[in-house]
Design a protein around this ligand. Structure first.
Ligand code: ATP
Length: 446
């Protein structure tokens, strides 16, 4: 039978340190027999947050340990044997389920995302001039939210249309499975005839995957010819994704290409107010200002802070005030948050004389792969980012990051040179932290 402690131990490796401390540690995890595992959360905020942010990682770990079904419960509701969420499977939806709250209504629009929002909305409305869209941004700025909002809108408003929502990795896996099981014709048919709107996330994943790229290019031709709508998302514009065949690159660039930028101060304030309202709370101006000036990038982090704040307040029976907000922000991003991944990468590039593009490229040359492994190791150590998030920065998957961390640990314990390099780089980063101050909260308002 799966053991709760073992699940927690494994989750430590796939969730950032602060995320683990804040969200996973307080859970009670119980095996239920027949492979079911029950996660008991102290309150509903927490249950919702964990479901939306960590469900995939939890599922994977539970499966690795031989479990199957997950059941999330809120402690007070435990006796009622209430299941908190059910799989969302609207008819006409092929692929992944859509997150309930990723709708246009829930999306806060500001200068940084207005253009992307309008483009998505026009496409969802069926505007004949807006059929192909490519959205790109850094992590946590709303690509999935906007593409799923299109899905919700179409599924609700356009009863005769079918939506297909998946990631480029899903597309690849399904294709490989179809080849293995001799069902490639059915696979092709599914996309070519079975969907009116294709939303394909994380297309940068296709880098170097020639066979999948060719198949996707053909699928797109069918869809474009039939005047179907297609939305792509990625962390980079098509021209910057390495190892993409020109035939696919030109199809990815066939429509409107638009970026989402990090929200400005006013938009962050609006986002904080909206997210708090969603949790049926009104925050003081002081707390809102503090959060909006401390958390300037990834909106996922803003959400984490709000949910963390409310959870903490309810567990400690403490008012939601500035002190508590400081504590939560510190825990979430750490005093070291100013040492961003970007700065670490810059330092590594300078030290090893490689470029950022080389670190992100598929190159396996030792002169590139070793600095890349070092950068991954340092990002994990100093930013506490998840293995997935670190992998994404270098166009790699989570397993590659695990391998990099193990390699650097092993080499630094055996080889003086690696140990010296690691110590030197760590010292440089520590110095950067010193410069940014112990309180670490950037008091900027853009
Ligand atoms: N403008 C916004 N208004 C409200 N919520 C937002 C907005 N932008 C992003 N969010 C929220 O931030 C979180 C992260 O957004 P999302 O997953 O869409 O980012 P992403 O760009 O797809 O990130 P990644 O590249 O890591 O997959 C989500 O919970 C989403 O609801």
């Amino acid at each position: 039978m799966v053991r709760g402690e073992e699940i927690k131990e494994r989750l430590k490796n796939v969730i950032s340190e602060s995320g683990y401390r804040l969200w996973i540690e307080p859970l009670t995890i119980e095996a239920q027999g027949e492979g079911a595992v029950r996660f008991i959360c102290p309150n509903r905020f927490m249950a919702n947050w964990i479901a939306e942010n960590y469900q995939e990682q939890i599922k994977k770990v539970v499966k690795e340990l031989g479990g199957q079904d997950l059941l999330f419960q809120v402690r007070e509701e435990e006796a009622e044997e209430k299941q908190l969420f059910l799989p969302y499977e609207p008819a006409r939806l092929l692929g992944r389920r859509l997150c309930d709250r990723y709708t246009f209504d829930e999306f806060v629009v500001g200068d940084s995302n207005y253009y992307a929002y309008s483009a998505c909305y026009s496409l969802a409305q069926g505007d004949p001039n807006s059929k192909i869209l490519y959205l790109f941004s850094k992590t946590g700025l709303g690509k999935s939210h906007l593409s799923q909002a299109i899905g919700h809108h179409v599924l609700r408003e356009k009863r005769d249309l079918r939506v297909c929502y998946l990631t480029a990795q899903d597309f690849t896996n399904q294709m490989v499975r179809a080849i293995k099981t001799n069902t490639i014709d059915r696979f092709k048919e599914r996309f070519r005839q079975g969907c009116d709107i294709l939303m394909l996330e994380e297309v940068h994943f296709l880098t170097g995957k020639d066979y999948t790229q060719a198949e996707l290019a053909l699928t797109l031709d069918y869809l474009f010819d039939d005047n179907k709508a297609v939305v792509f998302t990625s962390t980079a514009p098509p021209r910057e994704i390495p190892k993409i065949q020109e035939s696919l690159r030109s199809r990815l660039s066939a429509g409107l290409i638009t970026s989402i930028n990090p929200p400005d101060y006013q938009t962050r304030v609006k986002i904080i107010e909206r997210k708090a309202r969603r949790q049926k709370t009104v925050l003081s101006e002081e707390v809102i200002h503090y959060l909006a000036t401390s958390l300037t990038g990834d909106i996922r982090q803003i959400e984490g802070a709000i949910v963390g704040l409310l959870t903490r307040a309810s567990l400690l029976k403490h008012p939601v005030d500035l002190d508590l907000a400081r504590e939560v922000v510190r825990e979430l991003v750490g005093d070291r948050r100013d040492v961003t991944k970007e700065k670490i990468i810059e330092l590594v590039c300078r030290y090893f004389q490689v470029s950022r593009d080389e670190l992100r490229s598929p190159s396996r040359r030792r002169s590139v792969s070793y600095p890349r492994q070092m950068a991954m190791y340092l990002c994990r150590k100093f930013t506490g980012e998840t293995l997935e998030a670190i992998g994404r920065m270098f166009n790699r998957d989570h397993a590659t990051v695990v391998h990099a961390l193990n390699t650097i640990s092993r080499r630094s314990s055996k080889e003086a040179k690696t140990r010296y390099q690691l110590e030197y780089l760590c010292q440089q980063i520590e110095d950067l932290i010193g410069e940014t101050g112990a309180s670490g909260v950037a008091a900027q308002t853009d």
